[in-house]
Design a protein around this ligand. Structure first.
Ligand code: C5P
Length: 304
C-alpha cells in the first residue's frame, strides 16, 4: 500500500486479500434473481497487489500477471475504475496492473477484492475524498462481495452480501487452502440451488457469538456452507478434496463461497506442514496462510 512517482505521475499500490466463508446460508431467492444470504466472511493473507498509475487522459487500462484474467470491461477492476471515473466526472485516467496471486473463479473473491482495491486506490490517486461507506455503495454496483472487500476484516454479511455488520477477528489459526484444477461459475451454482431442498443450515447467530467469545473449537464445529452440497453434486472432486483433507487432519474443513476451493483451519504449525505436504501430492494449488481477520488497517489508506 505504497505511493510512488513514475515519470512524474503518481503510483499507488493496494493489497487485495482473498476472503473465505466461515459460513454461508441462503435464506430465499429474491425477485431480482439474487439470493438473500447470511454469511460470515473473513480475510486471509493470500493477496493480489493492485498498482495504479495515473494517466493524463481519461483512459482505463488493465494488465495482469495472469494469462486468464481479462483486461477489458469483463474485468471487475476495470468496471470499478470506469464507474468511479464516470460517476465523479474524473478527467484523468488510470493504468491498473494486477499482480495476481489469488486463484481465479475459486470462491475466494479475488476479482471482487481487486475491484475494491482499485476503488480505494483511485480514491487516493484521483483525490476524490470519498469515505469507505461511499466506496462500498459504489462497489455494490460491481458485485455482491465488493462492499465487504472495501472494508476487509471480518463481517456478518446479509442481503445479497452488501449489508455488513463488522465482527472482531476470529481466534487466530492457520488456513490451508486447496484449489482444484477447475473453476466454478457462481451464477451456475446459485442457478442449481433449490432453497426448499436445503436440509441443513449453519447456526449463524451462534457462530457470531462464539467468534466474539474467541471460542476456536466451537467456531470450527459451527462452520457450514449450504452451497457445498450443490457444488459437490456438480463437481464430485470437491467432495474428494474435503474427505482427503479431513483424513489428513484439520480442525475444520469447508468449501469457500461457491467453490471449488476447500480450506482447512489448523492451529498447530506441525500439522500445517504435514497437511501441506500431503496435499501437494495431488493438488498443484496449495496455500498455507494466516487469517487477516483484523483487516489491513485499510482505513489508513483512504483519505476521508
Ligand atoms: O454479485 P455478483 O455479480 O458477484 O454475483 C454473481 C452471480 O451470483 C449473480 O449473477 C447471481 O446469479 C449469483 N448470486 C446470487 N445471490 C447473491 C449473490 C450472487 O444469486 N446474493
Amino acid at each position: 500500500m505504497g505511493v510512488g512517482i513514475k515519470e512524474g505521475l503518481c503510483v499507488i499500490s493496494e493489497k487485495a486479500p482473498a476472503k473465505i466463508n466461515l459460513s454461508l446460508d441462503v435464506i430465499r431467492r429474491r425477485e431480482d434473481g439474487y439470493h438473500e444470504l447470511e454469511m460470515v466472511m473473513t480475510m486471509i493473507d493470500l493477496a493480489d497487489r493492485v498498482d495504479l498509475y495515473e494517466e493524463r487522459y481519461p483512459v482505463i487500462r488493465v494488465e495482469s500477471s495472469s494469462g486468464v484474467v481479462p483486461s477489458d470491461s469483463q474485468n471487475l477492476a476495470y468496471q470499478a475504475a470506469s464507474l468511479l471515473q464516470e460517476r465523479y466526472r474524473v478527467s484523468r485516467g488510470a493504468s491498473i496492473y494486477i499482480d495476481k496471486k489469488i486463484p481465479v473463479a475459486a470462491g475466494l473473491a479475488g476479482g471482487s477484492s481487486d475491484a475494491a482495491a482499485t476503488l480505494r486506490g483511485l480514491n487516493r490517486l484521483w483525490e476524490l475524498h470519498l469515505s469507505l461507506d461511499e466506496l462500498a455503495r459504489i462497489g455494490e454496483e460491481i458485485g455482491s462481495d465488493v462492499p465487504f472487500c472495501i472494508y476487509g476484516g471480518t463481517a456478518l454479511a446479509k442481503g445479497r452480501g452488501e449489508v455488513l455488520t463488522h465482527l472482531p477477528a476470529p481466534p487466530s489459526c492457520w488456513v490451508v487452502l486447496a484449489k482444484p484444477a477447475f473453476s466454478v461459475s457462481t451464477k451456475e451454482v446459485y442457478g442449481a440451488l433449490r432453497v426448499d431442498h436445503i436440509t441443513r443450515r449453519p447456526d449463524t447467530d451462534k457462530l457470531v457469538q462464539v467468534i466474539k467469545a474467541q471460542d476456536y473449537e466451537a467456531m470450527c464445529r459451527l462452520m457450514y456452507n449450504v452451497l457445498e452440497e450443490v457444488t459437490m453434486k456438480m463437481y464430485p472432486e470437491v467432495g474428494t478434496y474435503k474427505r482427503l483433507i479431513t483424513r489428513f487432519g484439520a480442525d475444520a474443513v469447508l468449501m469457500s463461497g461457491s467453490g471449488p476451493t476447500v480450506f482447512a483451519l489448523v492451529r498447530q504449525e506441525s500439522r500445517v506442514r504435514r497437511l501441506v505436504s500431503a496435499l501437494r501430492g495431488f493438488c498443484r494449488d496449495v496455500y498455507a496462510v494466516r487469517l487477516l481477520g483484523h483487516g489491513l488497517n485499510l482505513r489508513e489508506n483512504v483519505q476521508k
